[in-house]
Design a protein around this ligand. Sequence first.
Ligand code: X2X
Length: 338
Amino acid sequence: MPSSRPARRVAAALAGVLLVSASLSSSVQARELSVSTVLSDAFPWGQAAEKWADLVAERSDGDLTLRVYPNSQLVNGDQTREFSAMRSGLIDAAVGSTINWSPQVPELNLFSLPFFMPDVEAVDAVTGGAAGERIFEAIASRGVVPLAWGENGFRQLSNSQGPIDEPADLEGLKIRVVGSPLFQDTFTALGANPTQMSWADAKPALTTGAVDGQENPLSVFDVARIDQVGQEHLTLWNYMNDPLVFAVNRQVWESLSEQERTLLRDAAEEAGAWEIAMTREEEPARLAAIQERGVTVTELDEAQHQAFVEATEAVHDEWGPRIGEAIVEAARSDMQPD
Ligand code: X2X
């Protein structure tokens, strides 16, 4: 039996309300978060962020998406402002380096203590151990939710002047550094002349010879073709490893459902583990490629290594208290073999 006109009108109005609320709820659900990185997806670091984005888009059926903004563009190239920008909500999330966040989170200088973590086993013991937990707490206490670790890699020293196998070879060399003043202290202790500048400014400064050297992982040296800007000498000294952290602004995190949080965290952990394994696997081939391009590669024997360790001991004394002795101690015991 056909319904009366008023009844039809009510039904039409109701359908309208339903339509509006359906589209409202889907626009609330479909959410895009900005993710800042320093390096693009030409590098493992940027690939880590893209992997995270792919996993999240796939698993949320597009309801939650991550949009990666590389090259520190959300902070106008100033990578040491990334953490503050994420904390204040200008950036929703980031895959960032412990070095770049260390000006705001002093505990992150743990990873930059010279010659403290000798190999990847030590790094994994720290990030996966009690010290790693404390580091995550330190990040969380500053308004940012840390989710997972990635890795930029062990940082190696390059320069345009000559092979470096002892601290005396660094005497007077202008070395580009970034991050907290710890880097100034390390390179000053080695007799060099450190200059703080962003990654965006580093390559031009190397090209013009405004600086003589820099330090970065093999993947960065290789992909950015640092050899093409006169950096013909590379010393493998593993003086520090630069882990990456996947993290989200706290208000953004709190606005997500329990399910979305789990999804975001699991995807970050997976992307991080994937990127760490890839970065490490690729290192031998990267080194070979760098050597083939004519770069002189210097490896240190035990005595040479020891000379660098001794020259930088004062940096540990100076920075231990700023990092927090409890964290440094926790890292030491994480690294002890059972
Ligand atoms: O600026 C650098 O050296 C880089 C790209 O490695 C970091 O962001 C720490």
